[in-house]
Design a protein around this ligand. Structure first.
Ligand SMILES: [Zn+2]
Length: 285
């Protein structure tokens, strides 16, 4: 059985600040503290290695790791467990869920995951970008964990592991059920504060959860977007909705909200990314 890991960064043990997860190219030309970022890359890679070790102990025959944060060049290839292969770089057609379309993928893991936009007491909670206030499936608020689960579900692949802060784990399990093993590496105190496990204990937790996640994968069910599901994107500003509705099929559903009905999980990702790219406008003249 092949296992695919979607490795995000904000949910890594020890992380509470954007400074810790911003690559050298920076965001909007802001200065970057590369010392903090380099430390986080190493800790993120070690957490992914724990998930790889657990997956193989649980019976996986191959592990594919998909770097899923920012420019998607965060994991340190030389430090990665040599039993895995690594997908890096942006843009990928399936983005954070790249790899789930490969043959014989038995389950999909989330590591370094964070809570959805608008979650209080959840470190760096957001959905895709800082200016998307909410994503809803038939009115149900969701986050990256929901979007990526729908993509994997389209290819018949269930999510069976989530590692991250307490709310990232709880939100994923609320949507997908207790077939998802959870590894809580920190308890959120605010958007920029958390109570952390020691990183070594976080890795142990991830490894044992990953092993269980593979052992139980055959009983897990893929998440399918409900038939005829209406997907809503609520932006922080009406000007972003003005841009998103230029995409055929997307219509206005409120002052700052747009909506469409994807045909399936793969189409959800395609149109979602097109809408977010269209809406990524400069808000100052
Ligand atoms: Zn991220």
């Amino acid at each position: 059985m092949r296992v695919v890991i979607s490795a995000d960064m904000e949910g890594t043990c020890g992380v509470v600040s954007w400074v810790q997860v911003t690559p050298p190219e920076g965001a909007n030309g802001d200065p970057v503290n590369s010392v903090e970022y380099e430390r986080t890359r190493a800790r993120m890679t070690a957490e992914v290695n724990a998930a790889i070790a657990g997956a193989i102990a649980g019976g996986a025959t191959e592990v594919i790791v998909n770097d899923s944060h920012d420019g998607m060049r965060n994991l340190l290839p030389d430090a990665l467990d040599p039993r895995a292969r690594l997908i890096t770089g942006n843009d990928k057609p399936l983005s954070m869920a790249q790899g789930v379309d490969l043959a014989e993928v038995g389950c999909f893991f989330y590591t370094g995951y964070h809570a959805k936009a608008g979650s209080p007491a959840a470190p760096l909670a957001h959905t895709w970008t800082g200016w998307l206030n909410d994503v809803r499936f038939d009115g149900l608020s969701t986050g990256e964990f929901g979007i990526n689960a729908a993509v994997a579900g389209h290819f018949g692949v269930p999510v069976t592991l989530v590692a991250g802060d307490d709310q990232a784990v709880a939100q994923t399990q609320t949507l997908l059920g207790d077939q998802v093993q959870g590894a809580v590496v920190k308890q959120g105190l605010s958007t920029f504060a958390a109570l952390h496990l020691h990183p070594a204990r976080a890795r142990d937790l991830i490894q044992s959860a990953a092993e269980e996640a593979v052992r139980r994968a055959s009983a897990a069910r893929p998440y399918l977007l409900p038939k005829g599901c209406r997907v809503e994107l609520e932006f922080d500003h009406q000007a972003r909705a003005d841009q998103a509705i230029l995409i055929p099929g997307i219509e206005r559903a409120g002052a700052r909200t747009v909506a469409w009905t994807p045909t399936d999980g793969r189409e959800l990702m395609r149109t979602f990314r097109a809408a977010v790219k269209a809406a990524a406008i400069r808000m100052s003249p």
